[in-house]
Design a protein around this ligand. Structure first.
Ligand SMILES: Cc1cc2nc3c(=O)[nH]c(=O)nc-3n(C[C@H](O)[C@H](O)[C@H](O)COP(=O)(O)OP(=O)(O)OC[C@H]3O[C@@H](n4cnc5c(N)ncnc54)[C@H](O)[C@@H]3O)c2cc1C
Length: 415
């Protein structure tokens, strides 16, 4: 049966279908089940393995909530999410740690922004200490800086392991790529997968990450923005040089960008990762320069917002491109923080691709962005710190979905 014919004589297969089994979709399904235990919720994930995309390819940092505009969804949900996630990891035996981190000013010019970050952190309820050069060196003798902010609550975990544990608590169908959606007011949603299955549901939640704008269009909604894939490339430090970094070390971020800048991270396994940068990927799942999807690229290049974004940020973009193509340029940039390294100390490591929403005027959507339509909730911007904030994001989306379901019931009753 096609998705378009499936809703004529409605008998629902489930109450809610969640498209996308990343950490956000899984946390949403989990929150829906917790809020209404009788609800039938099915997650459709196109990949055979969980955490194939953003949720399994990130820095693994439980952010504390320093950077985000006070009152924003990112600020509120990151602070709450960090606390809930640490508890979840402890309860479910998922390895995690809370080493804290340093945000380091490498020149006097960065001191005002470092101080602003300290104020913002305090407004967000995040405990921080401002350190002078000598105090900073006690934490990180190998790192160059003139001052630092010590953030006490920053943690680490394996977000892929969190996703896999959440998947054990909900119903997930893997290898189920959603290719068609038919939505009828008062009737619900029919969803067809590439395998030809059709599922009828009272509501749909779109958590498709890098493909969330496409899923919105499949459902007949104009997302009003475009997901632009920004690859984040990493290196790892040669093991003999790992002693140069003791914990998590971040630069002072560029306020024009939602990205945090190339940082140094000692992982739970003791390996030091350096990255991620931020370069435009040539495919939504373009994990290196060799992955090019001509149709996706042509579609992206036809989007005026991409060109307006490029015009606004061409200087920063050109620098990122150079550091992506030239390891020497990347090393030179990292040496501002870590002067003791040489090009040969950096070994290749897997990259990730961020799903960043861009508005038609070229502006990068800064906050998390959810859009509700009849029978549908779309998650259209869930970049970092969405892994940190996955549990309260899931609760937030679940609350909106329950409202959509109540509306659907009212619609049905009024027919
Ligand atoms: C390099 C990098 C570093 C990061 N570091 C951090 C960090 O340290 N801390 C932090 O909190 N956050 C970090 N993030 C952000 C974090 O990883 C993401 O915000 C989070 O994983 C988003 O989860 P998601 O479920 O929305 O997306 P995803 O994990 O991408 O999941 C979306 C899922 O939808 C599926 N899907 C897509 N289309 C379809 C379809 N048609 N049918 C069925 N399924 C579909 C995909 O296969 C995918 O599994 C980082 C991200 C990157 C890329």
């Amino acid at each position: 049966m096609t998705a378009a014919r499936a809703l004529r004589g409605v008998a629902y297969d489930c109450d809610v279908v969640v498209v996308g089994g990343g950490i956000v979709g899984l946390a949403t399904a989990h929150a829906l089940r917790a809020a209404r235990p009788g609800l039938v919720v099915t997650v459709l994930e196109k990949e055979p393995r969980l955490a194939t995309h953003q949720s399994g390819r990130n820095s693994g940092v439980i952010h504390s909530g320093v950077y985000y505009r006070p009152g924003s969804l990112k600020a509120r949900l990151a602070v709450r999410g960090a606390a809930e996630l640490k508890k979840f990891c402890a309860e479910h035996g998922i390895p995690h740690a809370v080493p804290g981190k340093l945000i380091v000013a490498t020149s006097p010019a960065e001191l005002p922004r470092l101080h602003e970050l300290a104020q913002r952190a305090r407004r967000n309820g995040v405990p921080v200490r401002e350190l002078g050069q000598a105090q900073m060196a006690e934490y990180e003798p190998g790192v160059h800086g003139v001052a630092a902010l010590r953030v006490l609550t920053t943690g680490q975990c394996d977000f892929g392991a969190v996703a896999r544990r959440l998947a054990e608590l909900v119903d997930v169908r893997r290898g189920a790529e959603v290719v068609a959606i038919d939505r009828r007011p008062g009737l619900g949603v029919a969803i067809r997968t590439a395998r030809g299955e059709v599922l009828r549901a009272r509501a749909l939640v779109n958590c498709a990450g890098l493909h969330s704008d496409r899923i919105a269009r499949l459902a007949g909604d104009d997302p009003g923005l475009r997901i632009v894939p920004f690859r984040g490339e990493f290196y790892r430090l040669r093991p003999e040089r790992a002693h140069l970094v003791r914990g998590l070390v971040y630069p002072v971020p560029d306020p024009a960008f939602p990205f945090l800048g190339v940082h140094l991270t000692v992982g739970l396994d003791g390996e030091v990762h350096i990255g991620p940068n931020a370069v435009l990927a040539l495919a939504r799942e373009g994990y290196d320069w060799g992955v090019v999807r001509p149709a996706e690229l042509a579609d992206a290049l036809a989007y005026p917002g991409l060109w307006r974004m490029a015009a606004r940020h061409w200087r920063a973009g050109a620098g990122e491109l150079l550091r992506s193509l030239s390891k020497r340029a990347f090393t030179a940039a990292v040496r501002r923080l870590l002067p003791g390294i040489e090009e040969d100390d950096l070994l290749p490591a897997p990259a990730g691709v961020r799903a960043q929403a861009v508005r038609p005027d070229g502006g990068l959507v800064d906050d998390f962005h959810f859009v509700e339509r009849p029978h549908t909730v779309h998650v259209l911007n869930a970049p970092s710190p969405a892994a940190t904030a996955c549990l309260p994001i899931g609760q937030e989306i679940a609350a909106r979905t329950l409202t959509a379901l109540a509306g659907a019931t009212a619609d049905t009753a009024g027919r």
